[in-house]
Design a protein around this ligand. Structure first.
Ligand code: 9MR
Length: 372
């Protein structure tokens, strides 16, 4: 099927904290304490407010980022102020994904993503691109077309190539790091069984990196996944894959560790070793989607364990030589993806639902301050 490509919307650039009582038992939940002071955006942008995460991160030579929920950015002034004041990097939580950019075949909607890029520019922030290739959040016309046989393998490959050139090309020069390939290996360390692997074969991974590099030669191109923050079979599989891609001269520049942790699982203390082995392959590294969830309700031990989880990853990044960005997947429990995906779990972010600082926020701040 031939489709004329149209760009729509381009012109529209458009835990509660729980305190321990004297006996050490959890007391009733209290309202959030120490709401973050509303710092002026200009002061933060210029590094004038030394007390923000972004000012501390700048001194430490690190980009500190957050995923941005565009509907919160447009409807919640406190959220918007905090994004501007606390972070010097932003990632689109959803609006750069294929289902959002091209819900109708051939009609590209860059409006919400352009709005985020404009917001970032106005606030002196860098933009991480997320994500060019994933097996999830694909448009219905694509998955249904493949399932019905209307889209054969040759056409699918062409569609993927066009998508990479459309999106990476549209944002050319505006994205410092692209999550080019997301979640291509499963938890057993095998290439994930997706339509990409089934229809295109394993070479699709090298292809998307080569296309992305042609479309935006200056962007650092990342491979990105979860459950790869320590030493395990999945991280080992990535190590071998990246080694092979480098040997094949594929333009891959970064290894992204998402960092979706949970206090109930404990933390692998070998994050730094893992980061270092990828850096030894010649890659830079980043933590790209950090949050640390817990079984609800939150209490002080869990909140302090959570702070430890954030610190382990941030310390690994700061101690490594080429860890360039540390991004949290949202910064307030008010808009977290976690409760909707993991029943009974939540409170994964640095600030509570009322933008009150949690121990994790303090820990991130103190860790950054020590490094800077
Ligand atoms: O946070 C995102 C959520 O709003 C979406 O509904 C979800 C769709 O699968 O994707 C979430 O973000 C994911 C990210 O793009 C890739 N790594 C895992 C993240 C959490 O699921």
């Amino acid at each position: 099927m031939k489709v004329t490509r149209v760009v729509a919307g381009a012109a529209v650039a458009a835990a509660v904290l729980v305190s321990l009582n004297a006996t050490g038992a959890p007391a009733a939940p209290v309202a959030s304490v120490a709401p973050v002071a509303a710092a002026g955006q200009d002061a933060a942008v210029q590094g004038g407010n030394a007390d923000t995460l972004r000012a501390l991160a700048k001194r430490a030579g690190l980009k500190i980022g957050t995923a941005v929920d565009m509907s919160a950015l447009n409807n919640d002034a406190t959220y918007k102020d905090r994004v501007a004041a606390e972070f010097n990097s932003v990632t689109a939580e959803n609006v750069m994904k294929w289902s959002e950019i091209e819900p109708t075949r051939g009609v590209l909607n860059f409006g919400p993503a352009d709005q985020l890029v404009a917001f970032a520019k106005a606030n002196g922030q860098s933009v991480r691109g997320h994500t060019l290739l994933w097996h999830s959040q694909l448009p219905g016309w694509l998955t249904e077309g493949v399932a019905s046989g209307d889209i054969d393998s040759a056409e699918l490959r062409q569609l993927l190539k066009q998508h990479v050139f459309d999106v990476a090309g549209h944002f050319r020069g505006k994205i410092y790091q692209w999550d080019v390939a997301n979640e291509v290996i499963d938890d057993n360390g095998q290439l994930r069984d997706t339509i990409w692997l089934q229809k295109l074969g394993p070479g699709y991974i090298a292809d998307v990196f080569r296309w992305a590099h042609q479309a935006d030669p200056k962007a650092k191109l990342y491979i990105n996944d979860y459950n790869v923050e320590g030493l395990n079979a999945k991280a080992d599989a990535y190590y071998e894959l990246v080694k092979q891609l480098k040997a094949d001269r594929v333009p891959i520049h970064g290894f992204g560790m998402q960092g979706h942790l949970g206090v109930q699982f404990g933390f692998d203390g070998r994050a730094l070793q893992n980061v270092q082995r990828f850096e030894a392959l010649g890659l830079e590294t980043s933590f790209t989607e950090v949050d640390v969830r817990m079984l609800m309700p939150a209490d002080n031990p869990k909140l302090h364990a959570q702070a430890n989880g954030y610190s382990i990853l941030l310390r690994a990044c700061l101690l490594a030589k080429k860890c360039t960005s540390f991004t949290v997947w949202g910064f307030t429990d008010k808009y977290s993806w976690v409760p909707g995906f993991f029943t009974g779990q939540g409170a994964a972010n640095l600030l509570d639902e009322n933008f009150g600082q949690k121990p994790a926020y303090q820990a991130v701040k103190e860790t950054l301050a020590l490094a800077g």
